[in-house]
Design a protein around this ligand. Structure first.
Ligand code: KIV
Ligand code: ZN
Length: 513
């Protein structure tokens, strides 16, 4: 299978992203990671642009071994000399590349360079030879190639190959090309330029129309052997073709492209995170391959499919790009299957009936909240859904209270075959009840919240008490009890919360009691 050369220009064109500036230390850190990722060429900077850039290229050339280290230069003696100087450590190891560029489009020649075709041709030849005499590996880019006259472009390509260029890179500098057109330009160069087989034909696409990756892949299908790209698609204006998208496109659709790369794809996510952190440019969540949502599913139908067989809705495995695992986001579009699966992962297996109840509560919550987290699910289940076994049952109950009478309560609790009774006084009858319950069970619960409401009208209304308590290890749980006697309702609510705590502990859910 044909191997596509991956030329990474994150540290050069990528750094030209508005707002992205990398100091030398950051450039070295990224370059080391690019080497681990397995790129073939690292374009480390544009040495003539600034002393910092020159120093960064020099440091990368000294420290980073493995890939070729490349520096950019205009077709000018001072640029090429500066570039050679910065690349010296890599030139010694024969792992350096000088990248010379000169515009060939009528627009650039007329308005920017103010030079005619023949002069451009002469300069291109001259400076490629100049660089080739000093460095074994020279690449030439006819800038704005996609808007250049094709015949003239072909003449330039032929001339620079004759002058010693080992790689000729065809840039879509302003992101103007469309895939079929760009692919056919590469085919024309490969077929019409007589010596095109003596050099690697490369492409460098910008993303102004969002077509950088498509144009690059189309060029590969037409015979391009190198792609220039950047991590996270960084680059001038709308950026360059994204390395991770090209690489995963080639890998996932190997059946179409029949190409490989040397990229260790499991390093992609890590590299993306590092570049984002050091440039300060965040990756959009829906970015292909490395965005936070790239392997997240929210639609119920999709989640159901994923749980049955991931291939239903995933064309790549998240592990293949180093992403960790597929994430099923629980939100309002999620289905019962996904909820059940997540609860199972939390150690909670519900009966079908309970799952339906939980699902209803979950949907109500998801309507109010964009994403439902594990804590929310635990709260739903532990608060409302699970029919908590009555570990403790109030089997006897008595209290005394009134003007000038110290509140006092006696509670009898049954646990299995054991019956225990305790009495206690308290600040009020409710407090006395709770103290008696604590004496029997040994539980020490902090009462966080207590509320009482009547569920029906009239003097004989049922009083419903809700309590929220905290266990010794900080777990908060609620309990409910109802009775026409509000003190009994209070005692029931407390025992209900206690039973839930005992139940949760026994299920070894994520909660630490
Ligand atoms: O976009 C472009 O044309 C470039 C060249 C220097 C290759 O970045
Ligand atoms: Zn560019």
């Amino acid at each position: 299978m044909k191997k596509i050369i991956i030329f990474d220009t994150t540290l050069r064109d990528g750094e030209q992203s508005p707002g992205a500036s990398l100091d030398i230390k950051a450039k070295i850190e990224i370059a080391k990671q690019l080497a681990r990722l397995g790129v073939d060429v690292i374009e480390a900077g544009f040495p003539i642009a600034s002393p910092g850039d020159s120093k960064a290229v020099y440091e990368v050339a000294s420290i980073v071994k493995g890939p070729s280290i490349c520096g950019l230069a205009r077709a000018k003696t001072k640029d090429i000399d500066k570039c050679l100087e910065a690349l010296r450590p890599a030139i010694k190891r024969e792992q350096a590349r000088v990248h010379v560029f000169l515009a060939t489009s009528n627009i650039h020649m007329k308005y920017k360079l103010k030079k005619a075709e023949e002069e451009i041709l002469k300069l291109a030849k001259y400076f490629v030879k100049y660089a080739s005499d000093r460095c074994g590996d020279v690449e030439f880019s006819p800038e704005d190639a996609s808007r250049s006259d094709v015949d003239f472009l072909c003449r330039v390509v032929e001339a620079v190959i004759d002058a010693g260029a080992k790689t000729v890179n065809i840039p879509d500098t302003v992101g103007y090309a469309i895939p079929v057109e760009f692919g056919s330009l590469i085919k024309t160069i490969k077929t019409k330029v007589p010596n095109s087989n003596k050099a690697v034909i490369s492409v460098h696409c910008h993303n102004d129309l969002g077509l950088a990756v498509s144009n690059s892949l189309s060029a590969i299908q037409s015979g391009a052997e190198q792609v220039e790209c950047t991590i996270n698609g960084l680059g001038e204006r709308a950026g360059n073709a994204s390395l991770e998208e090209i690489v995963m496109g080639l890998k996932t659709r190997e059946d179409m492209f029949k190409c490989t790369t040397s990229i260790k794809t499991e390093e992609l996510y890590k590299t993306s995170r590092l570049v984002s952190k050091l440039t300060g440019i965040v990756v959009q969540p829906n970015k292909a391959i490395v965005g936070q949502n790239a392997f997240s599913h929210e639609a119920g139908i999709h989640q159901d499919g994923i749980l049955k067989k991931s291939i239903t809705y995933e064309i790549m495995k998240p592990e293949d790009v180093g992403f960790g695992a597929t994430r099923l986001v629980l939100g309002k579009h999620s289905g019962k299957h996904a909820l059940g699966d997540r609860l199972k992962k939390l150690g909670i297996e519900l009966s079908d009936a309970d799952l339906i109840k939980a699902f209803q509560r979950f949907k109500d919550l998801a309507d109010k909240k964009k994403e439902v987290f594990d804590e929310d699910l635990l709260a739903i289940v532990e608060d409302e859904i699970v029919s908590v076994p009555e570990t403790y049952r109030i089997s006897g109950f008595e209290y005394r209270s009134g003007k000038d009478i110290e509140p006092h309560a006696t509670i009898e609790l049954t646990k299995g075959n054991t019956v225990k009774k305790e009495s206690s006084s308290g600040d009020g009858p409710v407090d006395a009840c709770y103290k008696a319950i604590e004496k029997i069970t040994g539980a020490k619960l902090k009462l966080l919240d207590y509320s009482l409401k009547s569920t029906t009208g009239g003097k004989d209304a049922l009083g419903e008490v809700s309590v929220r308590v905290m266990s010794g290890s900080g777990v908060e749980i609620s309990g409910r009890g109802a009775s026409t006697d509000i003190i009994e309702a209070s005692a029931k609510a407390y025992v209900n919360a206690l039973n839930k705590l005992v139940f949760t502990k026994s299920r070894k859910t994520k909660l630490e009691l």
